[in-house]
Design a binder for this molecule. Structure first.
Ligand code: FE2
Length: 235
């Protein structure tokens, strides 16, 4: 499996603090059957402005440690980008990283409470420069929990949707779980990722969520959300 959204790099944001914690998370992911993790430290929020240079250095550092320890996980670079009209400029200036730094897909984080009016324009402007926005965990957004119409519009404008694994299994509460299931039913969810931050509280695992999604769309389509679709995105 491929996890395209995970806070796996040590000491950069609210993910693991030390190399040891990051390696423990990688062991948990490997045990679950994950082979590739896109490291997505936060950027664009005042508290977390992880630079592209720090992400790239962190990725090669962690891959080095994984090689030494013989943990079969490959880390790729990325960013969890708080949605903002300046994203386009920041991509051009190489301040924010697209998924696997390939200029094709970018992870967009929404505020928790609302969906800002400019998100649709950001999605369209990204499309115009050949980048597909991936709306991360919309099932945790209070506005979308009440009305999925705004998300339908974003998907029609070309966005993809990534659900958080823990939402599907109930770890973010009933409204998030209900919304995640409803988005799957409506065909408004394309990828499942862990958004992992730690080994225990928000672990980097995908298979429990795949099992849950399979109840609604069957095993083959549920597996596509952690295999074929993310593979296309990192390629
Ligand atoms: Fe995240």
């Amino acid at each position: 499996m491929i996890d395209i959204h995970c806070h796996i790099l040590p000491g950069l944001d609210d993910g693991p603090k030390t190399d040891e914690e990051a390696l423990s998370m990688c062991e948990v992911a490997a045990d679950d059957g994950v082979k590739t993790i896109v490291a997505t430290p936060h950027t664009g929020r005042e508290v977390y402005q992880t630079s592209a240079e720090d992400v790239l250095a962190g990725v090669s550092h962690l891959n080095g440690l994984l090689g030494k320890k013989g943990i079969p996980i490959n880390i790729l670079p990325g960013h969890d980008v708080y949605v903002h009209p300046e994203i386009i400029e920041n991509i051009k200036k190489k301040k924010v990283l697209t998924v696997n730094d390939n200029g094709k897909y970018i992870i967009l984080e929404l505020p928790v409470q609302s969906v800002p009016f400019y998100v649709e324009k950001v999605v369209l402007d990204l499309k115009a420069i050949g980048v597909t926005g991936i709306i991360s965990h919309p099932e945790r957004n209070y506005h979308i929990q009440k009305n999925t119409g705004v998300l339908e519009k974003l998907v029609s404008s070309g966005a993809l949707v990534q659900l958080t694994a823990l939402s599907l299994t109930g770890g973010f509460g009933a409204p998030a779980q209900r919304t995640a299931v409803s988005l799957i039913h409506k065909g408004l969810a394309h990828i499942i990722a862990s958004d992992g931050h730690s080994t225990e509280e928000r672990p980097p695992v995908l298979s429990p969520a795949v099992k849950e999604a399979a109840k609604f769309i069957g095993e083959e389509r549920a597996l596509e959300m952690v295999n074929a679709k993310p593979r296309e995105i990192i390629s």
